[in-house]
Structures are given as structure tokens and as C-alpha cells.
Design a protein around this ligand. Sequence first.
Ligand SMILES: Nc1nc2c(ncn2[C@@H]2O[C@H](COP(=O)(O)OP(=O)(O)OP(=O)(O)O)[C@@H](O)[C@H]2O)c(=O)[nH]1
Ligand SMILES: [Mg+2]
Length: 333
Amino acid sequence: MFIDQARIKVIAGNGGHGVISFRREKYVPKGGPDGGDGGKGGDVIFQADANLQTLIDYRYKRIFKAESGKHGQGAKKTGRNAANVIIKVPCGTVIKDADTGEVLADLVDQGQEFVAVRGGKGGRGNWHFATPTKRTPRYAEDGQAGENRVVLLELKLNADVGLVGLPNAGKSTLLSRISAARPKIADYPFTTLTPNLGIVQYKEHQSFVVADIPGLIRGAHQGKGLGLNFLRHIERTNILIYLLDADSDDIGRDFFILREELEKYQLELLSKPSLIVLSKMDLVADDKLTLPRALQNLPVPVCYVSAISGEGLEKLKQSIWQLIQKSKQSGEQ
Ligand SMILES: Nc1nc2c(ncn2[C@@H]2O[C@H](COP(=O)(O)OP(=O)(O)OP(=O)(O)O)[C@@H](O)[C@H]2O)c(=O)[nH]1
Ligand SMILES: [Mg+2]
């Protein structure tokens, strides 16, 4: 199951207490203070792991707690520090404060870490408090309490290409033809319920990742259909493909529904480099398709394909590859 959101509570360990103790030795009736310090409580740390694909592990286990540090002992023995708890999450996980919504961390790269709550410091033992006038302090510090907070985890997939289209436009079919992904395909809207990723092999040593998300409908940004939940997965992609059904009775309208939904969700999505792809070309006679004027005038290249006959797919891969390279170059400047 693909799970891309979770809410969990993280609790760091308390610091161990410092202790009150006095040295006891033969022939030294009044030994000095020797109470050791408490150990530090464990932190709770998130770590990005490229082997994970979803947040499913956090659907059922919702509380993560690190242990407390051990208390100090006599003879200035410091209590042991508690181990940190490491929570592994897929690369692309955004961590937010559940109360304020503030983004605390964005774990993109393998191994990247975020300390969500820090364990309490251990308290100091009584020997720290000895002074020339007060040689036998009967005081030691308690350990500090560990922090705790509730965080929201949101996974944003790391794909090069985001595939957007109305339901039934043929997004999943296209993905299945250009990659080894085998998403469910059917002749009804909302076949795709969660995102599919496919790796497209382009030439021998080049490849890119395409994300196929559930279809968008008018009002998706307000939660209609399924689209809204999944738009976050195309936030990070380098480019977008607007997949349009060439056999639709109004291709221009279809395109502007998509644009409008993206714009209302997040304006910046519209400035991503993009391609318009007209699918299902096998269903239209060659002389029947005239691209609406509004689309002809856009500075967006148009590709024509049929996922069924295979027409135009090689050219499409090439166009995608070139656009990704271009977008990466302009991103570096
Ligand atoms: N003739 C023809 N049919 C196609 C083509 N591409 C997809 N289809 C058909 O269109 C229907 C919908 O295809 P899907 O790939 O499931 O469409 P989708 O855009 O992923 O749909 P949702 O997941 O519901 O948003 C299926 O019956 C496909 O067989 C094509 O190039 N030519
Ligand atoms: Mg689909």
C-alpha cells in the first residue's frame, strides 16, 4: 500500500539525575563529595533512506520514545547516555510541526538527518557543587526533561517528470509503454488511486523517472476527485507533461482545466518546463485533428503519441530527455 502522510509523536529521553554521594575510604572518615553525573537522554532522529518507498510503517506505530539516561553513581561515575532512536523515512519526506504547520525539515538525500527532539541533559552530581566553604554539598541536579512534539510526515516523490491529465486520458497506459511499471489501466475514470513511478530507459545509460498520478478534474484543488492529495508529488519534478486525449471533444478546455487546477494548488507549478502530449492518436484520423489556437500559441512543445500503436513514443522520450536536461541546466544557473 502506498501511504504518503503520517502523524506521529516523538518523545526524547530524560536526562539521568546527578547523585549525592560521599567518598568512603579506610582511614578517611569524612570523604569528599563524589556523586556522579546523570547520562543524557536519547534523541529521536529522522533519517532518509533510499530503500523506503512509502510511510506505511508509520500508519500503525505512532509513538516513538527514546530512553532516559542512567542516573549517576558514587565514585564520580557518570550514568550511561541513552541510545538515540532513528526513524527511517523515504527520501523526499517533509517533516512539519503538527501544531503550527511549520516545515522543520525536508529530507531529500539518502542519509540526511533531522533531530526532531533532543534528549535532556544529565544532572550534575554533588561533587560539582563543593566550595571551600561548603565541602559537603547535599545537593545534586536532576536530569533535564527530554523534548517532545507531534510531527506530520509528508512524502513528496522524487521524480523527474510529473504526468498530469484528466481521468481516463491514458496516463497510466503511457507510463506502462515507456517504462517497466505495470499500473492498473481501465476504461473508466479514477483507475489510478495512488501514484505510480516508472523508470524510463533512454539510450543506453540514461534514464529518468516518471510519476503517474491520479486524474485531475475541475475543482481538484478544493478536494474534488482524488487529485489534490497527490499534487504534492509533482511539486519537485523537473518537468510536467500535460497529457490530453486527442479524441476529446474539446482539447483546449481539457488543457485549461489542468492548468487552472495546478495554478490554484500552487502557482509555481505553471512555470515548470512542460510538454503537451496528445495521446490516443490512433483514434483520430490524420486530417481530423486541428490543435485549438490557444494551444498553438503557447510556448510549450506538443508531441503526438499513441500508447496503443506505439506511434511517437521514441520521439516523446527524446523530447522529455532534452527538456529535463534543459531544466537542470537553467536550475544550476
Ligand atoms: N485507443 C487508445 N486507447 C488508449 C490509449 N491510451 C490509453 N487508452 C485507453 O484509455 C483508457 C484509460 O487509460 P488509463 O491509462 O487507465 O488512463 P489514466 O489517465 O491513467 O486514467 P486515471 O488513472 O483514471 O486517471 C484505457 O481503456 C486505455 O486502454 C491510446 O493511445 N489509444
Ligand atoms: Mg491511471
